[in-house]
Design a protein. Sequence first.
Length: 401
Amino acid sequence: MEIVVIGGGAAGMAAAIEAARHGAKVTLLERMDRVGKKLLATGNGRCNLMNVGEACYPGGSAFAQLVLDKCGVAEQTAFWQELGLRLRVEDGGRVYPASGQASTVLDALRLAMDNLGVEIVTGASVKDIRPGKHGFTVVADAGTWRGDKVILAGGGCAQPKLGSDGSLWAIAERLGHTLVQPRPALTQIMTDTLPIKGLSGIRVKAEVAVVKAGRVLHEESGEVLFADYGISGVCVMQCARFAEQGSVMRLNLLRGMGFENASQAEGELLRRKAAWGSQPMEKLLTGLCVPRLAGSLCMEAGIRFRDRLVGSLKDSEASALAQVLGAFDLPVKGVKGFDSAQVTAGGLDVREFDPATMASRLVPGLYAAGEMLDVDGTCGGFNLMFAFGSGLLAARACVEE
């Protein structure tokens, strides 16, 4: 049995190892100069391998759950143990290598492939896949390979400088598969910059929500980072797939400032009016946030600073500012592109693949895994977990069918 795996990322390397373990002759084709480049960058270089908590996949959730039912935490833990990689579970169910270094994960994968005789060909950009009576011919700029089975694991479009350029999708489409429009996910959000002018670099705790026409499309909470283009932070990035023109990013800063609600905040502002009457108005939010942010919030509430004292604060202004603290709305202009995105939303239509085997329902002998498919998870190890799980399932099915 000869198997060609296309893509040397998480899904491809897992598939190559598993297929070789079952006696297949495996060739792994990678378009970059070495395998695992994107893997080294995951989890801020720590490599969040999976998550022991409840699965969270905004895209393709039903398909992802079926895959993980067959190759989830237990099966993937056993895979890593066999490779000699020690794991540890951290907050939020996130699983990391015990070393805390992504490089140790790649080292374990590379050693396994070397020991199993996987042929790794780098600098091999695949141009075509041709089905025949007895398998496939895979044509790349570095040569031509034959395989009884082919596993597509070339990734999506996110961070193309690390290897994922989406080029395999066009080949899959030529073979009859449907592509769900790819778009950036887990990326920064670009907003109207006037309300946050001068705030770049400031971090705040907030509850964030994507709101359109009064309806909340998605909400998260965590740390928000203001930037020249808009906002960032994990909680913001997890809203990116829902952000669209006509929506706003609503920042609720109340809890981050120690308030339960806007009424409580308004009461505190009126108390300050009475107690701090002789202080300059720019001191109004002292102790609640940094001065630069205070200025922006007051401006949003229509409160003029110049030549005013806290004692001149009107009740209506206190009410307006309290409302802004609970709903600092930033109109969405778009999201950062694939260069900045951690994950791709969209990909090959999962209805055309069997989640038990990752086999194409249209092309016998063809399989797909990882970000090639229309599945995307939130931060926390879910995307790598799907990549490794689907890669392992595809390899097992290749050698068993």
